[in-house]
Design a binder for this molecule. Sequence first.
Ligand code: PGA
Length: 249
Amino acid sequence: MRRKIVAGNWKMNLTKSEALSLYNNISSAENLAADVEKMIFAPLLFLDALKQNESGLIKIGAQNFYSEAAGAFTGEVSFSQLKDLGIRYVLVGHSERRVIFKEEDELVKAKVNAAINAGLKVIFCCGESLEIRETGTHISFVVNQLKNNVFQLPEEAFGQIVIAYEPIWAIGTGKTATPEQAEEMHEQIRLAVAQHYSNYLAEQTPILYGGSCNAGNAKELFAKPNIDGGLIGGASLKTADFIQIINSF
Ligand code: PGA
């Protein structure tokens, strides 16, 4: 059985007190599915406070970091500073980082390598734009992202990776991929992992869906054989919705 994971990506939202109370509300819910791994990717600024408040039920992760351990990188936070706070999970390759902050494959790959070498667990995001989907090359595009960003890892290190497929046209748009569209891509991602590494590793690797996943559509998405959970943006900011998504398997 593969791990089931629901991760919230709070993005650049909430004040510190809102973040702490949302975290506490979710983690104190009585009916959270026990067999689902639960994570919150919070703004860097609140990680220390959240970490001190961590319940164990819901892990805290970082949305971003830089690939160098320390040095003259004004405004950045390093993977070793995250580790020092006790953070164990990081997002890498999110399309908002790629598109808005111009993170290219080379940097994404360096971040993946730095995080894995530091012993952090990576949720690696991939996904195509609408233009690419319309040309029909979305599968090879996403497989190339895997090749360029994560397939350099040795087999054992790749075992620390969780993949999140997030079609850019579905993120924050209210336009979810259909369960069939998502399943098709997840199946192809798993096949690419099998071809590059092994069937065993492909079977073990959790592949999450992200992009307007919400309390209303999570059940249908998570029912697909290759969808192992979700990376949830907007709907992770509402306690009841996020709990319902966690309980959607
Ligand atoms: P969304 O964001 O659920 O708001 O579409 C998902 C994500 O960007 O991780």
